[in-house]
Design a protein around this ligand. Structure first.
Ligand code: GRF
Length: 194
């Protein structure tokens, strides 16, 4: 299976995904693309020998469809079987999503369906939750709401700051996402819980 990964920043999840696709793994990374030409993850992907592409979404202002039409070019050229959003911070239109329905994954730093959207860690702490975590799901037109593919939980500790909790969750993302991608590439769809 050919995997394209979309990032917006450091790409720590992308790195783990790329590094996981070796040996008898049924998938290989064919592209890392970003909405930010300066994304540090692009340079890390290039260091790992993965082809990269960038389309600066700011060039297109509020014209989301025009941005996506440009971003689609390198993606379609790479002919991916699976698209992984990994720290990708742009909301994709239903038109874009529909092209990859059933083969586009995203990782979100909360135990969905709780806390879709942003600032998930601060919201969980604020709510007094005992646990937080991350979720890998299939991407559908509704933001952060597609079929569940995997979840990992962490405790929220007394005195936790959003930053401390974010670091604890991110470490679990780095384990969960590669595990889910491998099963997804093998054709499995039953969710896993770590
Ligand atoms: C992190 O907040 C992570 O929880 C979320 O996206 C952000 C950046 O991740 N999935 P990455 O280091 O770019 O993969």
């Amino acid at each position: 299976k050919r995997v394209a990964i979309l990032i917006s920043g450091g790409g720590s999840n992308m790195i783990r995904l790329v590094e996981s696709m070796t040996g008898d793994h049924p998938a290989r990374p064919v592209l890392v693309a970003s909405n930010d030409p300066g994304a540090a993850g692009l340079f890390r992907a290039a260091d790992l020998g993965v082809p990269v592409a960038a389309v600066d979404h700011r060039v297109f202002g509020r014209d989301r469809a025009a941005f996506e039409a440009e971003l689609l070019k390198p993606i379609l050229e790479a002919e991916p079987d699976i698209l992984c959003l990994a720290g990708f911070m742009r909301v994709l239109t239903p038109g874009f999503v529909s092209r990859f329905e059933g083969r586009m994954l995203n990782i979100h730093p909360s135990l969905l369906p709780r806390y879709p959207g942003l600032h998930t860690h601060a919201r969980a702490i604020e709510a007094g939750d005992a646990e937080a975590g991350c979720t890998v799901h299939e991407v559908t037109a509704e933001l952060d709401a597609g079929p569940l593919l995997g979840q990992a939980r962490v405790p929220i500790l007394p005195g936790d700051t959003p930053e401390a909790l974010a670091a604890r969750v991110l470490a679990r993302e780095h384990v969960l996402y590669p595990a889910v991608l491998r099963r997804f590439a093998e054709g499995a769809r039953a969710p896993i819980f770590l």
